[in-house]
Design a protein around this ligand. Sequence first.
Ligand SMILES: Nc1nc2c(ncn2[C@@H]2O[C@H](COP(=O)(O)OP(=O)(O)OP(=O)(O)O)[C@@H](O)[C@H]2O)c(=O)[nH]1
Length: 437
Amino acid sequence: MATNAGDSNDLNWRGEFRDANREALFRRTMQAHDACQLRHALVIAAGLFLAFSLTDFSLLGSSPAFMVLLGMRATVATTLLLLALWVWRRPSLAQAPLPINLVCLLAVSGLLLTIPFRPEGTLTNLASTVAASMALYLFVPNRLPWMLISNAYLIGGFLIAMVIWSPLPGGVMVNSLMLLGFVNLLCWLTVSRIHRLQRAQFGSLLEERSNNRLLKNEIEKRTQLEQGLRHMARTDELTGITNRRRFFELAEQERRRAHRDGTPLSLCMVDIDYFKAINDVHGHAIGDLALTVVAARCQSALRESDIIGRYGGEEFVIALPLANLITAREVAERLREAVSLRPLEVNGVTLDLTVTVGISRVDDGETSIDPGLLRADRALYAGKEGGRNCVVATPHGPELVLLEGVPATLTPGAVRATASAAAPAAVPAGGPLPDRS
Ligand SMILES: Nc1nc2c(ncn2[C@@H]2O[C@H](COP(=O)(O)OP(=O)(O)OP(=O)(O)O)[C@@H](O)[C@H]2O)c(=O)[nH]1
């Protein structure tokens, strides 16, 4: 979190951040701006330096003194333009004190050189010194100590040059000095204020960026939390598959789609055989593990578009879009085999897991999946009655009928589409027989 970077406590007498890192960051941020400002200042100064050749000429004519001044002006202007070009190529130079101050020194020296050559132009000399002083403060992106040094050199040089080559009456000299002093004070205060304002603005910018970052993090955290909550609200904690509520939402969507498109939708009720015995003999932890394994094995036998949910306890429910009873029977059979294919081995215990599956098809005229689920449950019940570890189908109504086109063994009141007649493998030796009633 950024502090109030523009507070006066954070700034030193130069109007810069006390924190060197923050000052470096500020200067890096300002680099392009400083480079642009310096380039413009150098080009304008070069133009002015050359332009004053005209006044030199009007005062000196084409004398040797004019030629010396012209040479000086050409040298200074060329140096200024070269630095402008260099800064254009390498903007970081705009903040390098050495080249800037060498060029300032040269320009100030050139300006002072005009005094011995044009001693009678007192007013012009004073005015150009004042203008140069202001430019050194306001247009050269220098640090304050360097500004003070170059201005001290300018004023000191002006005084010495005036005393030697163009002595003025005492009162005029004092006036000139006061004027220069006032200009310097004003410019110093202005520059300090600009420095402070720039840094205050930079501090606010940093603070705003930091707040934005915090806000972004908060939004990301909340989005993740929301996603987590949504996932929790839709998922069965133990098995990781869809929970009952979400299953009903998704299955109802599929029922509406099937109704609209005139496509089939089948339902399966899957129940682990003799699950109570697993709990009773091996404990709930292993029972939980068995539930998770069965859920995963069931899911592995399904397509991505199929919907599996935990109906409750050790019962699962599945919606099979685009599947008629024949397809549903094949899927259920695949699922039954996937569960019983290999035993579950845990902590030295070997469990032969099996499931019984009841399947039904949702009728075109039905306005919810409930009647279909009821039929699937009845088929499941029949499968339990008939020996477990099997798939039983019921297309319609209270009676269970033979699937069309599917070879099946008819059991009283039910179609055993596939059944393993073997003794239920999940029962541990001596384990109790289940009672579904
Ligand atoms: N470990 C565990 N057991 C559960 C969970 N939910 C339900 N059960 C148990 O599952 C058992 C279901 O027993 P029953 O309904 O008698 O069914 P069953 O023993 O599988 O017998 P059949 O279904 O007739 O083969 C009960 O003992 C429940 O306590 C659960 O989340 N974890």
